[in-house]
Design a protein around this ligand. Structure first.
Ligand code: GDP
Length: 296
C-alpha cells in the first residue's frame, strides 16, 4: 500500500542524510519534496499543509542545521509527525458495556462491510471467547443476507435467521432480542450499503441506531478509493456518528492517502485494517508500525 510513498520519502531522506550539514534552503527544498510526495500519495491537502508546517516548526526549534546529524533529525521529526497524524496509539474495539453489546457496521456497498463483519465476529469468537450473533439488515439485497449466512457457516458463527419481508429496524429489534434471550455477548449488525451516500440510507442508519443503541459504530471504507473513502467517512460521521473506522484492502496497491488522512480529517480512529479476503485477514491498526513501514 505505501510502497511508492515509501520510495519517494526514502529518496528524499537519502539525499538529506548523505550531507554532513544542511542549510535552511536544503531543509526548505526537502519539505517541498515531502509535500509533493504526500499529495501524490493522495493525502488530503488539509492534512498535508499543517503536516509540513509542523515539521518546519520543529526543524527550526531543534536547530537542525547546527546539529551533528541533521538529516537523521529530519527523518525522526517526520516519523513522529506521521505517528501523530495516524493517531499515536492503537484504539481497540470497545466491548465494555452490558451484553449484548451491539456493534453496527456501516459503509458503502462494496467497501467490504459483510466480509469485515465476519472477520470481526471471528476475532471476537476465537480470540476473545465471546458468544457472537451476526445479523444482516440489507433487506434490498437478499444476496448480501445470504453471503453473511454463508460466511457464518464457514467460520462457525451464528447468524440471525433470515425472515423475508421484515424492515431493517424490525431485524435490528429481533437481533437485539435474540441477543438478550440467547445470552450473546455481542450482536453485530451488518447494515445495507449504497453506491453513494444518500439521504434514505442515512435515515435508515439513524433508525437502526435508535433501535439497537450500538456501543460501536464502525465505518468500513475501501483504502483503494483514497480521499473518497475519507469523504464517505466524514459524511457518515456527520449524519450517524461513528466510533471508529475499518480500512479495507490495505493489502492492495493503493497509495496510502486514505490511511494517512482518515484520522486527521474525521477525528475518528482507524481501529482495524483489512489485509485480504480471508476471514483471518484482519489486523489492529498501530500508527507507529505504519509509520515505520512508510519510512522503511
Ligand atoms: P460489502 O458490499 O461492503 O458488504 O462488501 P463485501 O464484504 O461483499 O466485499 C466486497 C469484496 O471485497 C469481496 O470480494 C471481498 O472478499 C473483498 N474484500 C473485503 N475486504 C477486503 C480486504 O481487506 N482485502 C481484499 N483484498 N479484499 C477484500
Amino acid at each position: 500500500m505505501f510502497d511508492s510513498l515509501s520510495d519517494r520519502l526514502s529518496g528524499i531522506f537519502d539525499r538529506l542524510t548523505r550531507r554532513g550539514s544542511l542549510s535552511a534552503e536544503d531543509v526548505d527544498a526537502a519539505l517541498r519534496e515531502i509535500r509533493r510526495a504526500l499529495l501524490e500519495a493522495d493525502v488530503a491537502l488539509e492534512v498535508v499543509r499543517p503536516f509540513v508546517e509542523r515539521i518546519k516548526e520543529k526543524a527550526v526549534g531543534v536547530e537542525i542545521i547546527r546539529s551533528v546529524t541533521p538529516g537523521q533529525m529530519v527523518v525522526k521529526i517526520v516519523h513522529d509527525e506521521l505517528v501523530a497524524t495516524l493517531g499515536e496509539e492503537a484504539v481497540p474495539i470497545d466491548l465494555h458495556a452490558t451484553p449484548p453489546v451491539a456493534v453496527m457496521m456501516v459503509g458503502l456497498q462494496g467497501s467490504g462491510k459483510t466480509t469485515t463483519t465476519a472477520k470481526i465476529a471471528r476475532r471476537f469468537t476465537t480470540r476473545d471467547k465471546r458468544k457472537v450473533l451476526m445479523a444482516s439488515l440489507d433487506t434490498r439485497r437478499p444476496a448480501a443476507m445470504e453471503q453473511l449466512k454463508v460466511l457464518g457457516e464457514e467460520n462457525g458463527i451464528e447468524t440471525l435467521k433470515i425472515v423475508p419481508g421484515q424492515t431493517p429496524t424490525q431485524i435490528a429489534e429481533r437481533a437485539m432480542t435474540a441477543g438478550r434471550l440467547g445470552g450473546y455477548d455481542v450482536v453485530i449488525l451488518d447494515t445495507a450499503g449504497r453506491l453513494h451516500v444518500d439521504e434514505a440510507l442515512m435515515h435508515e442508519m439513524a433508525d437502526i441506531k435508535r433501535i439497537a443503541d450500538p456501543h460501536e459504530i464502525l465505518l468500513v471504507a475501501d483504502a483503494l478509493t483514497g480521499q473518497d473513502a475519507v469523504k464517505v467517512a466524514r459524511s457518515f460521521d456527520e449524519r450517524v456518528g461513528v466510533t471508529g473506522i475499518v480500512l479495507t484492502r490495505v493489502d492492495g496497491d493503493g497509495r496510502g492517502g486514505a490511511a494517512l488522512s482518515m484520522r486527521a480529517v474525521t477525528g475518528k480512529p482507524i481501529k482495524l485494517i483489512g489485509v485480504g479476503e480471508r476471514a483471518d485477514a484482519l489486523e489492529d491498526f498501530y500508527p507507529k508500525r505504519i509509520a515505520d513501514r512508510i519510512l522503511g
